[in-house]
Design a protein around this ligand. Structure first.
Ligand SMILES: *[C@@H]1O[C@H](CO)[C@@H](O)[C@H](O)[C@H]1NC(C)=O
Ligand SMILES: *[C@@H]1O[C@H](CO)[C@@H](O)[C@H](O)[C@H]1NC(C)=O
Ligand SMILES: *[C@@H]1O[C@H](CO)[C@@H](O)[C@H](O)[C@H]1NC(C)=O
Ligand SMILES: *[C@@H]1O[C@H](CO)[C@@H](O)[C@H](O)[C@H]1NC(C)=O
Ligand SMILES: *[C@@H]1O[C@H](CO)[C@@H](O)[C@H](O)[C@H]1NC(C)=O
Length: 332
Protein backbone atom coordinates (compact mmCIF):
# COMPACT_ATOMS: atom_id res chain seq x y z
CA UNK A 1 0.00 0.00 0.00
CA UNK A 2 2.74 2.44 1.07
CA UNK A 3 4.73 1.48 -1.97
CA UNK A 4 1.88 2.25 -4.38
CA UNK A 5 1.31 5.61 -2.65
CA UNK A 6 4.96 6.52 -2.98
CA UNK A 7 5.02 5.38 -6.58
CA UNK A 8 1.96 7.51 -7.31
CA UNK A 9 3.57 10.54 -5.62
CA UNK A 10 6.77 10.10 -7.60
CA UNK A 11 4.85 9.77 -10.83
CA UNK A 12 2.92 12.92 -10.05
CA UNK A 13 6.11 14.81 -9.23
CA UNK A 14 7.68 13.69 -12.49
CA UNK A 15 4.56 14.64 -14.35
CA UNK A 16 4.50 18.06 -12.70
CA UNK A 17 8.18 18.57 -13.39
CA UNK A 18 7.72 17.80 -17.08
CA UNK A 19 4.64 19.98 -17.32
CA UNK A 20 6.46 22.96 -15.80
CA UNK A 21 9.49 22.27 -17.95
CA UNK A 22 7.34 22.12 -21.07
CA UNK A 23 5.50 25.34 -20.20
CA UNK A 24 8.78 27.10 -19.51
CA UNK A 25 10.28 25.79 -22.70
CA UNK A 26 7.25 26.90 -24.61
CA UNK A 27 7.32 30.34 -22.97
CA UNK A 28 10.96 30.74 -23.82
CA UNK A 29 10.33 29.88 -27.44
CA UNK A 30 7.29 32.08 -27.79
CA UNK A 31 7.83 34.03 -30.97
CA UNK A 32 7.69 37.73 -30.25
CA UNK A 33 6.71 39.86 -33.20
CA UNK A 34 6.65 43.61 -32.81
CA UNK A 35 5.45 46.11 -35.41
CA UNK A 36 7.11 49.51 -35.39
CA UNK A 37 6.60 52.58 -37.55
CA UNK A 38 9.06 53.92 -40.10
CA UNK A 39 10.70 57.09 -38.77
CA UNK A 40 9.87 56.08 -35.21
CA UNK A 41 11.74 54.01 -32.66
CA UNK A 42 11.23 50.89 -30.60
CA UNK A 43 12.28 49.86 -27.10
CA UNK A 44 12.47 46.18 -26.09
CA UNK A 45 12.54 45.43 -22.39
CA UNK A 46 13.42 41.90 -21.41
CA UNK A 47 13.73 40.52 -17.91
CA UNK A 48 16.10 37.58 -17.85
CA UNK A 49 16.57 34.84 -15.29
CA UNK A 50 19.31 35.06 -12.70
CA UNK A 51 21.45 32.28 -14.10
CA UNK A 52 21.64 33.79 -17.57
CA UNK A 53 24.49 36.09 -18.40
CA UNK A 54 23.48 37.96 -21.52
CA UNK A 55 26.41 39.05 -23.58
CA UNK A 56 25.05 40.66 -26.70
CA UNK A 57 22.10 41.64 -28.83
CA UNK A 58 22.42 40.70 -32.48
CA UNK A 59 20.65 41.19 -35.73
CA UNK A 60 20.16 38.26 -38.14
CA UNK A 61 22.15 35.59 -36.29
CA UNK A 62 25.59 37.09 -35.71
CA UNK A 63 25.74 39.78 -38.35
CA UNK A 64 25.67 42.90 -36.21
CA UNK A 65 25.94 42.65 -32.45
CA UNK A 66 26.02 45.22 -29.69
CA UNK A 67 26.83 45.00 -26.00
CA UNK A 68 25.31 46.75 -23.02
CA UNK A 69 26.34 50.34 -22.48
CA UNK A 70 25.81 52.74 -19.63
CA UNK A 71 23.21 54.84 -21.46
CA UNK A 72 20.25 53.94 -23.61
CA UNK A 73 20.11 57.33 -25.32
CA UNK A 74 23.33 58.07 -27.14
CA UNK A 75 22.67 60.80 -29.71
CA UNK A 76 24.81 59.27 -32.46
CA UNK A 77 23.80 55.64 -32.01
CA UNK A 78 20.97 53.93 -33.82
CA UNK A 79 21.07 50.75 -31.74
CA UNK A 80 21.81 50.74 -27.99
CA UNK A 81 21.35 48.40 -25.03
CA UNK A 82 21.52 48.78 -21.25
CA UNK A 83 21.62 46.02 -18.65
CA UNK A 84 20.18 46.85 -15.24
CA UNK A 85 21.82 44.00 -13.31
CA UNK A 86 20.02 44.79 -10.05
CA UNK A 87 16.68 43.83 -11.63
CA UNK A 88 17.93 41.67 -14.54
CA UNK A 89 16.44 44.09 -17.01
CA UNK A 90 17.73 44.52 -20.53
CA UNK A 91 16.55 47.48 -22.58
CA UNK A 92 17.24 47.84 -26.27
CA UNK A 93 16.51 50.99 -28.25
CA UNK A 94 16.40 51.03 -32.03
CA UNK A 95 15.98 54.53 -33.41
CA UNK A 96 15.05 56.08 -36.76
CA UNK A 97 13.44 52.89 -37.97
CA UNK A 98 13.28 52.17 -41.69
CA UNK A 99 11.53 49.27 -43.37
CA UNK A 100 15.02 47.83 -43.79
CA UNK A 101 15.30 47.38 -40.05
CA UNK A 102 12.65 44.65 -40.26
CA UNK A 103 14.14 41.31 -39.30
CA UNK A 104 15.07 38.95 -36.51
CA UNK A 105 16.99 40.09 -33.47
CA UNK A 106 18.37 37.98 -30.63
CA UNK A 107 19.79 38.33 -27.14
CA UNK A 108 22.55 35.79 -26.57
CA UNK A 109 24.72 34.53 -23.75
CA UNK A 110 28.17 33.08 -24.22
CA UNK A 111 26.75 29.54 -24.59
CA UNK A 112 23.69 28.49 -26.54
CA UNK A 113 20.91 30.44 -24.83
CA UNK A 114 19.07 33.00 -26.90
CA UNK A 115 15.89 35.02 -26.91
CA UNK A 116 14.44 36.07 -30.23
CA UNK A 117 12.39 39.10 -31.32
CA UNK A 118 10.96 39.69 -34.77
CA UNK A 119 10.66 43.29 -35.81
CA UNK A 120 8.42 44.48 -38.63
CA UNK A 121 8.67 48.12 -39.66
CA UNK A 122 5.76 49.67 -41.55
CA UNK A 123 5.12 53.04 -43.11
CA UNK A 124 2.30 54.80 -41.25
CA UNK A 125 0.94 58.13 -42.51
CA UNK A 126 0.19 59.28 -38.95
CA UNK A 127 3.64 58.92 -37.56
CA UNK A 128 7.37 58.81 -37.81
CA UNK A 129 8.01 62.52 -37.99
CA UNK A 130 9.76 64.91 -35.68
CA UNK A 131 7.89 68.03 -34.66
CA UNK A 132 8.70 71.20 -32.78
CA UNK A 133 6.52 72.96 -30.26
CA UNK A 134 6.93 76.06 -28.13
CA UNK A 135 5.52 76.63 -24.66
CA UNK A 136 5.75 79.58 -22.32
CA UNK A 137 7.13 79.50 -18.79
CA UNK A 138 4.17 79.03 -16.40
CA UNK A 139 1.93 78.42 -19.40
CA UNK A 140 0.27 75.22 -20.56
CA UNK A 141 1.53 72.89 -23.28
CA UNK A 142 -0.73 70.40 -25.05
CA UNK A 143 1.10 67.65 -26.91
CA UNK A 144 -0.91 65.91 -29.62
CA UNK A 145 0.04 62.30 -30.22
CA UNK A 146 -1.27 60.48 -33.25
CA UNK A 147 -0.89 56.71 -33.42
CA UNK A 148 -1.62 53.95 -35.95
CA UNK A 149 -5.10 52.40 -35.90
CA UNK A 150 -3.60 49.03 -34.98
CA UNK A 151 -2.34 50.41 -31.67
CA UNK A 152 -5.73 51.71 -30.52
CA UNK A 153 -6.00 49.25 -27.61
CA UNK A 154 -2.43 49.66 -26.41
CA UNK A 155 -1.76 51.67 -23.30
CA UNK A 156 -0.29 55.03 -24.29
CA UNK A 157 2.91 56.58 -23.09
CA UNK A 158 4.93 59.74 -23.27
CA UNK A 159 8.70 59.49 -22.92
CA UNK A 160 11.20 62.18 -22.26
CA UNK A 161 14.86 62.00 -23.08
CA UNK A 162 16.54 62.60 -19.76
CA UNK A 163 20.02 61.93 -18.44
CA UNK A 164 20.97 59.62 -21.27
CA UNK A 165 17.81 57.60 -20.95
CA UNK A 166 14.20 57.62 -22.05
CA UNK A 167 11.96 58.06 -19.05
CA UNK A 168 8.24 57.34 -19.11
CA UNK A 169 6.18 60.27 -17.87
CA UNK A 170 3.22 57.98 -17.14
CA UNK A 171 3.08 54.56 -15.58
CA UNK A 172 -0.42 53.17 -16.19
CA UNK A 173 -1.95 56.64 -16.62
CA UNK A 174 -0.49 57.97 -13.38
CA UNK A 175 2.05 60.71 -13.89
CA UNK A 176 4.97 60.91 -11.51
CA UNK A 177 4.65 64.67 -11.96
CA UNK A 178 1.04 65.85 -11.31
CA UNK A 179 1.41 68.68 -13.83
CA UNK A 180 1.02 66.08 -16.56
CA UNK A 181 -2.36 64.65 -17.51
CA UNK A 182 -3.37 62.40 -20.37
CA UNK A 183 -6.61 62.43 -22.35
CA UNK A 184 -7.38 59.32 -24.37
CA UNK A 185 -11.02 60.08 -25.14
CA UNK A 186 -11.00 61.24 -28.70
CA UNK A 187 -13.51 58.73 -30.03
CA UNK A 188 -12.54 57.10 -33.27
CA UNK A 189 -9.80 59.62 -33.94
CA UNK A 190 -6.49 57.92 -33.39
CA UNK A 191 -4.72 60.37 -31.18
CA UNK A 192 -4.32 61.25 -27.53
CA UNK A 193 -3.27 64.46 -25.84
CA UNK A 194 -0.96 65.14 -22.96
CA UNK A 195 -1.42 68.41 -21.09
CA UNK A 196 1.40 69.93 -19.10
CA UNK A 197 0.51 72.85 -16.85
CA UNK A 198 2.78 75.42 -15.21
CA UNK A 199 5.56 74.81 -17.71
CA UNK A 200 9.08 75.43 -16.43
CA UNK A 201 12.47 75.71 -18.14
CA UNK A 202 13.27 72.13 -17.09
CA UNK A 203 10.43 70.88 -19.28
CA UNK A 204 12.35 71.79 -22.41
CA UNK A 205 13.53 68.72 -24.24
CA UNK A 206 12.74 65.81 -26.48
CA UNK A 207 9.45 63.97 -25.95
CA UNK A 208 8.14 60.82 -27.63
CA UNK A 209 4.54 59.77 -28.14
CA UNK A 210 4.40 56.03 -27.61
CA UNK A 211 2.33 52.93 -26.93
CA UNK A 212 3.18 50.05 -24.69
CA UNK A 213 2.78 46.36 -25.45
CA UNK A 214 3.49 43.16 -23.58
CA UNK A 215 4.25 39.63 -24.69
CA UNK A 216 7.03 37.53 -23.18
CA UNK A 217 8.91 40.81 -23.37
CA UNK A 218 7.64 44.32 -22.82
CA UNK A 219 8.06 46.81 -25.58
CA UNK A 220 7.31 50.43 -26.42
CA UNK A 221 6.58 51.77 -29.87
CA UNK A 222 7.69 55.37 -30.30
CA UNK A 223 5.65 57.12 -32.99
CA UNK A 224 6.52 60.79 -33.01
CA UNK A 225 9.33 62.87 -31.63
CA UNK A 226 8.49 66.33 -30.24
CA UNK A 227 11.12 68.91 -29.45
CA UNK A 228 9.57 71.16 -26.82
CA UNK A 229 11.05 74.64 -26.56
CA UNK A 230 10.30 76.73 -23.51
CA UNK A 231 10.50 80.51 -23.69
CA UNK A 232 9.47 83.38 -21.47
CA UNK A 233 5.87 84.43 -21.97
CA UNK A 234 5.47 87.65 -23.99
CA UNK A 235 4.50 89.36 -20.73
CA UNK A 236 5.17 92.94 -21.85
CA UNK A 237 2.56 93.18 -24.56
CA UNK A 238 -0.07 91.61 -22.30
CA UNK A 239 0.76 94.06 -19.56
CA UNK A 240 0.68 97.10 -21.83
CA UNK A 241 -2.77 96.12 -23.10
CA UNK A 242 -3.94 95.92 -19.50
CA UNK A 243 -2.35 99.28 -18.64
CA UNK A 244 -4.01 100.97 -21.64
CA UNK A 245 -7.40 99.45 -20.78
CA UNK A 246 -7.16 100.53 -17.16
CA UNK A 247 -5.97 104.07 -18.12
CA UNK A 248 -8.89 104.48 -20.52
CA UNK A 249 -11.29 103.38 -17.80
CA UNK A 250 -9.76 105.78 -15.29
CA UNK A 251 -9.92 108.71 -17.75
CA UNK A 252 -13.53 107.90 -18.64
CA UNK A 253 -14.49 107.71 -14.98
CA UNK A 254 -12.72 110.93 -14.21
CA UNK A 255 -14.48 112.70 -17.10
CA UNK A 256 -17.79 111.23 -16.02
CA UNK A 257 -17.22 112.27 -12.44
CA UNK A 258 -16.35 115.79 -13.54
CA UNK A 259 -19.42 116.18 -15.75
CA UNK A 260 -21.64 114.80 -13.02
CA UNK A 261 -20.14 117.24 -10.56
CA UNK A 262 -20.85 120.16 -12.92
CA UNK A 263 -24.31 118.80 -13.60
CA UNK A 264 -25.12 118.39 -9.93
CA UNK A 265 -24.07 121.92 -9.14
CA UNK A 266 -26.39 123.19 -11.86
CA UNK A 267 -29.25 121.13 -10.52
CA UNK A 268 -28.58 122.38 -6.97
CA UNK A 269 -28.65 125.93 -8.24
CA UNK A 270 -31.95 125.52 -10.05
CA UNK A 271 -33.55 123.68 -7.13
CA UNK A 272 -31.92 125.50 -4.23
CA UNK A 273 -34.97 125.01 -1.99
CA UNK A 274 -34.41 121.25 -1.88
CA UNK A 275 -30.80 121.50 -0.65
CA UNK A 276 -31.39 119.28 2.42
CA UNK A 277 -32.61 116.48 0.14
CA UNK A 278 -29.49 116.98 -1.98
CA UNK A 279 -27.22 116.25 1.00
CA UNK A 280 -28.62 112.80 1.49
CA UNK A 281 -28.38 112.13 -2.25
CA UNK A 282 -24.68 112.98 -2.15
CA UNK A 283 -24.13 110.51 0.68
CA UNK A 284 -25.93 107.77 -1.18
CA UNK A 285 -23.90 108.64 -4.24
CA UNK A 286 -20.72 107.66 -2.42
CA UNK A 287 -22.16 104.22 -1.85
CA UNK A 288 -23.91 103.60 -5.12
CA UNK A 289 -23.45 105.79 -8.15
CA UNK A 290 -26.37 104.34 -10.13
CA UNK A 291 -28.81 105.40 -7.43
CA UNK A 292 -27.31 108.83 -7.73
CA UNK A 293 -27.94 108.93 -11.46
CA UNK A 294 -31.60 108.16 -11.06
CA UNK A 295 -32.01 110.76 -8.34
CA UNK A 296 -30.24 113.34 -10.53
CA UNK A 297 -32.61 112.48 -13.33
CA UNK A 298 -35.59 112.98 -11.09
CA UNK A 299 -34.38 116.32 -9.84
CA UNK A 300 -33.48 117.71 -13.24
CA UNK A 301 -36.49 116.58 -15.24
CA UNK A 302 -37.33 120.12 -16.18
CA UNK A 303 -33.89 120.72 -17.72
CA UNK A 304 -33.63 121.66 -21.42
CA UNK A 305 -33.43 118.87 -24.00
CA UNK A 306 -29.76 119.53 -24.77
CA UNK A 307 -28.80 118.12 -21.31
CA UNK A 308 -30.01 114.66 -22.30
CA UNK A 309 -26.87 114.14 -24.35
CA UNK A 310 -24.82 114.83 -21.25
CA UNK A 311 -26.79 112.18 -19.38
CA UNK A 312 -26.20 109.72 -22.15
CA UNK A 313 -22.44 110.13 -21.95
CA UNK A 314 -22.47 110.39 -18.19
CA UNK A 315 -24.29 107.08 -17.97
CA UNK A 316 -21.62 105.13 -19.85
CA UNK A 317 -19.31 104.87 -16.82
CA UNK A 318 -22.18 103.48 -14.77
CA UNK A 319 -22.03 100.38 -16.89
CA UNK A 320 -18.29 100.24 -16.39
CA UNK A 321 -18.58 100.77 -12.65
CA UNK A 322 -20.80 97.69 -12.50
CA UNK A 323 -17.84 95.66 -13.68
CA UNK A 324 -15.79 97.40 -11.02
CA UNK A 325 -12.97 99.22 -12.77
CA UNK A 326 -11.83 100.66 -9.43
CA UNK A 327 -10.72 97.33 -8.11
CA UNK A 328 -9.20 96.54 -11.51
CA UNK A 329 -7.18 99.74 -11.34
CA UNK A 330 -6.16 99.00 -7.79
CA UNK A 331 -5.02 95.50 -8.64
CA UNK A 332 -2.65 96.74 -11.30
C1 LIG B 1 17.60 60.22 -36.49
O1 LIG B 1 16.86 61.11 -37.29
C2 LIG B 1 16.98 62.46 -36.92
C3 LIG B 1 16.10 63.29 -37.80
O2 LIG B 1 15.00 62.61 -38.23
C4 LIG B 1 18.42 62.89 -37.02
O3 LIG B 1 18.55 64.22 -36.59
C5 LIG B 1 19.28 61.99 -36.16
O4 LIG B 1 20.63 62.32 -36.35
C6 LIG B 1 19.07 60.55 -36.51
N1 LIG B 1 19.79 59.76 -35.55
C7 LIG B 1 20.38 58.60 -35.85
C8 LIG B 1 21.13 57.96 -34.76
O5 LIG B 1 20.29 58.10 -36.96
C1 LIG C 1 17.63 49.60 -12.14
O1 LIG C 1 16.25 49.44 -11.85
C2 LIG C 1 15.86 49.92 -10.59
C3 LIG C 1 14.41 49.58 -10.39
O2 LIG C 1 13.63 49.96 -11.48
C4 LIG C 1 16.12 51.42 -10.55
O3 LIG C 1 15.76 51.94 -9.27
C5 LIG C 1 17.58 51.70 -10.81
O4 LIG C 1 17.78 53.11 -10.87
C6 LIG C 1 17.98 51.08 -12.13
N1 LIG C 1 19.42 51.23 -12.30
C7 LIG C 1 19.94 51.79 -13.38
C8 LIG C 1 21.41 51.84 -13.43
O5 LIG C 1 19.24 52.20 -14.30
C1 LIG D 1 16.57 49.57 -47.95
O1 LIG D 1 17.38 48.64 -48.64
C2 LIG D 1 17.30 48.77 -50.04
C3 LIG D 1 18.10 47.65 -50.64
O2 LIG D 1 18.98 47.07 -49.72
C4 LIG D 1 17.84 50.12 -50.45
O3 LIG D 1 17.75 50.27 -51.84
C5 LIG D 1 17.00 51.20 -49.78
O4 LIG D 1 17.54 52.48 -50.08
C6 LIG D 1 16.99 50.99 -48.30
N1 LIG D 1 16.06 51.93 -47.73
C7 LIG D 1 16.34 52.65 -46.67
C8 LIG D 1 15.27 53.58 -46.21
O5 LIG D 1 17.41 52.59 -46.07
C1 LIG E 1 20.50 63.63 -14.04
O1 LIG E 1 21.68 63.14 -13.41
C2 LIG E 1 22.26 64.04 -12.49
C3 LIG E 1 23.55 63.45 -12.00
O2 LIG E 1 23.60 62.08 -12.20
C4 LIG E 1 21.28 64.31 -11.37
O3 LIG E 1 21.81 65.23 -10.46
C5 LIG E 1 19.99 64.86 -11.93
O4 LIG E 1 19.03 65.00 -10.91
C6 LIG E 1 19.44 63.93 -12.99
N1 LIG E 1 18.29 64.56 -13.60
C7 LIG E 1 17.14 63.95 -13.75
C8 LIG E 1 16.08 64.75 -14.39
O5 LIG E 1 16.95 62.80 -13.39
C1 LIG F 1 4.53 76.80 -10.91
O1 LIG F 1 5.85 76.34 -10.77
C2 LIG F 1 6.66 77.15 -9.96
C3 LIG F 1 8.04 76.53 -9.93
O2 LIG F 1 8.46 76.19 -11.21
C4 LIG F 1 6.10 77.24 -8.55
O3 LIG F 1 6.88 78.11 -7.78
C5 LIG F 1 4.67 77.75 -8.62
O4 LIG F 1 4.10 77.72 -7.34
C6 LIG F 1 3.86 76.89 -9.56
N1 LIG F 1 2.54 77.48 -9.72
C7 LIG F 1 1.41 76.77 -9.60
C8 LIG F 1 0.16 77.52 -9.84
O5 LIG F 1 1.43 75.59 -9.34
Amino acid sequence: MMMTMMMMMMMMKTFLFFTIFLIEGHMGDEAVSVTGVAGGSVIFNFQYKDKISVERFCRDADDECIQAQSHLWLPEEKLTMTDNKSVNYLSVLIRNLTVNDSGTYEWKDNKDWSKEVKLVVQQEPCCGRSEEQTAYVQGTAVIHCRYPKTNHDYSKQLFKEQNGSLEAIFTSREASDPRFSINLNHGEEHFFTVTLTNVSRHDEGLYFCAAHGKMSIRYSLLFTEIQLHVTDAPVQSDLSVLIITVSVCVILLFAAGLSLFVLRRRCTKTKGSKSSDQRSTVEIDEINSSVYYSSIKEQCVQKPVSMNTVYATAQLPTVLSDSDPYTLAMKS
